[in-house]
Write a protein that binds this ligand. Structure first.
Ligand code: MG
Length: 250
């Protein structure tokens, strides 16, 4: 990786070198839930339990929409729905307890808990490509996102990302991921070479304001037909057709 970045720096310093035109970096930003993994309800059980312990309200998220949203906006909605003050301290306390409960819940054998189809093979192949960089763009808080990925032993693939800690508004997350990528690898990618991969309309929409490429995967909460309405640049039923997916992502 370092060698590749070094070569890239030389190309920037000497723009007439032939290697300049051959190199295109791809920055792939993956959503977590419904795209890389399904937690089998571990996340929902943990937030419900945390809310019950802290605010004495059972099943507090029953009427709160979850898919595609940031955890911060979800907890704020629940606090408002149950007539509690929304303040930073309440959210920080909630996060601490939620992480603790999630670590327990994610280890519980649950129906539906799984790596999504094709993810294991895809990440293995992408990790070998020197011009592809894997990051996260997720509505999870950073710590809970890593708890989920660690359970499935795919955490190590992702060296940077943007999380609900950065902003409660998903459409604002992408620049945080790019800033961290640039600080780590010393390069600002062209907007279309940043690819957001996710399973909800919110994943498609959060790529748009930044000119990034949106790849939708209809493997969890939304169907192909539903996601097509939001006009992603590419749309897959799932990530299991490795060569087709690689053609788009690389
Ligand atoms: Mg998702």
């Amino acid at each position: 990786m370092d060698v590749f970045i070094h070569i890239f720096s030389i190309c920037i310093a000497f723009p007439n070198l032939s290697c300049w035109r051959r190199i295109t970096l791809k920055v792939l930003l993956f959503d977590i839930d419904g795209t890389l993994i399904l937690s089998g309800g571990a996340g929902l059980r943990a937030i419900n339990e945390a809310f019950l312990r802290l605010f004495d309200v059972p099943n507090a998220f029953a009427n709160v929409r979850l898919a595609g949203r940031t955890d911060t906006s979800i907890i704020k909605d629940a606090l408002l729905a149950h007539h509690f003050d929304v303040d930073v301290q309440a959210i920080e306390e909630f996060k601490k307890l939620y992480y603790h409960l999630l670590e327990r819940e994610i280890e519980t054998p649950l129906n539906g808990k799984k790596l999504m189809p094709g993810v294991s093979d895809l990440l293995g192949v992408l990790a070998e490509k020197k011009d592809v960089f894997l990051g996260l763009l997720t509505g999870n808080w950073e710590k809970s996102g890593h708890i989920k990925l660690s359970h499935f032993k795919i955490d190590h693939y992702f060296q940077f990302g943007a999380f609900a800690d950065d902003s409660e508004i998903r459409n604002e997350l992408l620049p945080f991921a790019i800033k961290r990528f640039s600080e780590k690898f010393g390069h600002v990618p062209d907007a279309p070479d940043v690819v957001v991969i996710g399973d909800t309309p919110a994943d498609i929409q959060c790529a748009r304001p930044h000119g990034a490429t949106a790849v939708a995967v209809a493997a969890a909460h939304y169907t192909v037909e539903q996601l097509r309405e939001y006009q992603p640049d590419h749309l897959f039923q799932d990530l299991s057709h490795l060569q087709d997916v690689l053609k788009v992502l690389t």
